[in-house]
Design a protein around this ligand. Structure first.
Ligand SMILES: O=P(O)(O)OC[C@@H](O)[C@@H](O)c1c[nH]c2ccccc12
Length: 260
């Protein structure tokens, strides 16, 4: 399965990175990071349906999405369009992401920034903080209960918000054990890459209403946002559709109007 490959590649990458910069060094750097004055993404969901726009060059399911990849320009367009957060892929091997993209984007946007990666080691949470993230993704499918608990705690201690990603009911049960404020339901099945946006609508019912829930992946039309909102979803995470749009500000405006 692709997730196993991603975990293996990430494990090898983090081993290499640790040799260049030790965990102890990162822990020291984290203490010197200026406090982020970015708005809380989770709090923004109290008064409106949220949109996270993703900066994504490629993916294992779609291959190359953006041949031309002016990542800072894209982040500026998302910011001007008034999204609530910007997600930046930092996974290099399968998504052609880079921690440096996120670092630079965090400096040019006033919006919350999500580190989108396959977090399997606390090292990556320190990196996220040092490189300007205000949110991190934790994917339940690749973590033990203990890791999920420990990483959630560490992120919170560092002042990061956490998006806990689930794909089925058993993962939701495991996620609920950490009392998360925000869960993302991935509509894409990473075993076969099929996408079903009703998936997040169905799983929303299994999550207490005080927890905010995002629908992730496979969203291609503004009307889908309206439907998701009617089913109790609190927001969406959209990558490919926005990346490919000829006019990113116009499409985001249209998506926002659908859920006014
Ligand atoms: O480009 P899409 O189909 O709009 O999907 C965005 C986002 O949900 C997807 O990139 C994603 C969801 N969960 C992930 C975990 C890791 C990497 C990527 C992802």
């Amino acid at each position: 399965m692709i997730l196993d490959d991603l975990v293996a590649a990430t494990t090898a990458r983090i081993q290499r990175e640790k040799k260049l910069i030790s965990l102890a060094t990162l822990q020291q750097q984290v203490a010197e990071v200026h406090p982020v004055n970015k708005p809380s993404f989770i709090a923004s969901l109290d008064d409106h349906f949220g949109i996270i726009a993703e900066v994504k060059k490629a993916s294992p399911s779609k291959g190359l999405i953006a041949k031309d990849f002016p990542f800072l320009g894209i982040a500026r367009e998302y910011t001007k369009a008034g999204v609530d957060a910007i997600s930046v892929l930092t996974e290099p091997d399968y998504f052609k992401g880079d921690l440096e993209f996120m670092h630079e984007i965090a400096q040019v946007t006033s919006k919350a920034v999500l580190r989108k990666d396959f977090v399997i080691d606390p090292y990556m949470i320190y990196q996220a903080k040092i490189h300007g993230a205000s949110l991190v993704l934790l994917i339940v499918a690749i973590l033990s209960d203990q890791q999920l608990h420990d990483y959630y705690q560490l992120a919170t201690e560092l002042g990061l918000e956490v998006l806990v990603e689930c794909h089925d009911e058993s993962e939701i049960k495991r996620a609920l054990a950490v009392q998360p404020k925000l869960i993302g339901v991935n509509n894409r099945d990473l075993r076969d890459f099929t996408v079903d946006i009703h998936h997040s609508e169905q799983l929303r019912e299994k999550i207490p209403t005080h927890i905010k829930v995002l629908a992730e992946s496979g969203i291609t039309q503004a009307a889908q946002l309206k439907e998701l909102k009617q089913h109790g979803l609190n927001g969406v995470l959209i990558g490919e559709t926005f990346m490919r749009a000829p006019d990113r500000q116009a499409i985001i405006q249209q998506y926002k109007e659908a859920v006014l």
